[in-house]
Ligand binder design. Structure first.
Ligand SMILES: NC(=O)c1ccc[n+]([C@@H]2O[C@H](COP(=O)([O-])OP(=O)(O)OC[C@H]3O[C@@H](n4cnc5c(N)ncnc54)[C@H](O)[C@@H]3O)[C@@H](O)[C@H]2O)c1
Length: 369
């Protein structure tokens, strides 16, 4: 029997991704991805961890986020261009690849813009479950753009948030968020300023996009027991928290070497104390120590969350039969004869050697757990 593998890749495009999330339901996607993130963070030492590679320009950043364990390698391409929305493009766009470590074969090529919003919200909720007060019911959401609904639903389902206080410098963004979440079991108030939105909140989520050393949240706004989920300060020269907020809080990060450069703690000295969040999940370090403590999750987005996300997408595509097999990489009939493909007869042998384009439900995709 031939042991020949077919070098095909499952392609999950933008429409496929929307269908996956619609068919599974957003709440289920967030919950399943949150569970995977927790499981993968508990396998911290199984992974080859590194900070992402970033290419900065005056208007934004383009980043590559690689990570691997013994079975799978994953990378995400993601950008952050806060001015994009003025010309009709999203601030954040992403795609990624999941590959087989044993052979290097790319198994999945997937759109990840929607999944980035889902995984970021899932990560925020996983952190808030450990770092916010268990009786947290009111959240301020500062920055009401593309990520905001996902954060709201994750915090509703996984943390118990029932009331949202919204503020954005663009009133149309808050109106969009309020309209999208009407009927979703949340009481919504649009506020006139960040200070008004934050007053009385148990959790403050900052999701602003501005390539600026901003101080959206100042020490005067902080109340005892608040949890700050700081998501938008994720790049050198791009922050949301006044340094006094960090000084008054216990600060938790994803991967310290990356967050020191990209997170709100970029303002602090190299010895400013932070805790990598996986230690809290593993029980090595406490999360919140008291009801009065102020906690900060200085989120920047780490490759391990995208590894979890790509594995989730791969399994969901297989389960639902969504996506198509494509010939992303060449497979000559004789793997040592790449040159031979350039001969006139070779194209026929190439197309007959590769599996025909087929839906991803075919079982050749390795199951990812
Ligand atoms: N940490 C992570 O893992 C992660 C993941 C995805 C996105 N992000 C970041 O989250 C942020 C939001 O992303 P998005 O896709 O929702 O962007 P977006 O452009 O769709 O929305 C950003 C919103 O912030 C508002 N805003 C800008 N400055 C403000 C201010 N001073 N006060 C109040 N509102 C303000 C804008 O008007 C806009 O509505 C971005 O900075 C992005 O880079 C982080």
């Amino acid at each position: 029997m031939s042991n020949k593998q077919h070098a095909t890749t499952v392609y999950i495009g933008a429409t496929d991704m929307v269908r996956i999330v619609q068919r599974k339901g957003l709440g289920r996607c967030i919950a399943e991805l949150a569970a995977r993130i927790e499981r993968d963070f508990l396998r911290w030492h199984d992974f080859d961890l590194s900070a992402r590679v970033a290419c900065h320009s005056p208007h934004g950043v383009i980043e590559l986020m690689p990570i691997g364990d013994a079975r799978h390698f994953a990378f995400k391409y993601v950008n952050g261009h806060p001015e994009n929305t003025r010309s009709g493009l999203p601030t954040v766009m992403a795609f990624g690849v999941l590959a087989d470590v044993a052979t290097g074969l790319p198994l999945v090529l997937s759109e990840l813009t929607l999944v980035t919003a889902i995984r970021t919200a899932a990560m925020s909720a996983v952190a808030a479950c450990r770092l916010a007060r268990p009786d947290s019911r009111v959240m301020a959401l500062i920055g009401n753009g593309a990520q905001s609904e996902f954060q709201a639903i994750a915090m509703r389902d996984l943390v118990g948030i029932r009331e949202l206080r919204l503020f954005d410098v663009d009133p149309a963004a808050s109106a969009k968020l309020a309209a999208n979440l009407a009927g979703h079991g949340l009481t919504l108030t649009i506020c006139n300023s960040t200070a008004e939105a934050v007053r009385g909140a148990d959790i403050v989520t900052t999701l602003t996009a501005d390539k600026n050393l901003a101080t959206i949240i100042t020490p005067a706004m902080i109340e005892p027991g608040m949890h700050i989920n700081a998501v938008g300060g994720d790049c050198p020269g791009k922050t949301e928290l006044h340094r006094g907020v960090l000084e008054a809080a216990a600060v938790f990060v994803e991967f310290e070497p990356q967050t020191r450069v990209e997170g709100d703690i970029q303002q602090m000295s190299a010895d400013f104390a932070v805790t990598e969040f996986w230690h809290v999940l593993a029980g090595n370090q406490p999360g919140r120590r008291s009801a009065d403590q102020v906690t900060v999750f200085d989120s920047v987005g780490f490759a391990l969350e995208d590894y979890s996300a790509l594995c989730f997408v791969s399994d969901a595509a297989t389960e639902l039969g969504i996506g198509n097999r494509i010939e992303l990489v060449l497979q000559p009939a004789d793997p040592k004869n790449l040159f031979g493909l350039l001969g006139s007869a070779a194209l026929a042998s190439l197309t007959s050697a590769a599996a025909p384009s087929q839906p991803a439900s075919a079982p050749a995709l390795q199951t990812v757990d």
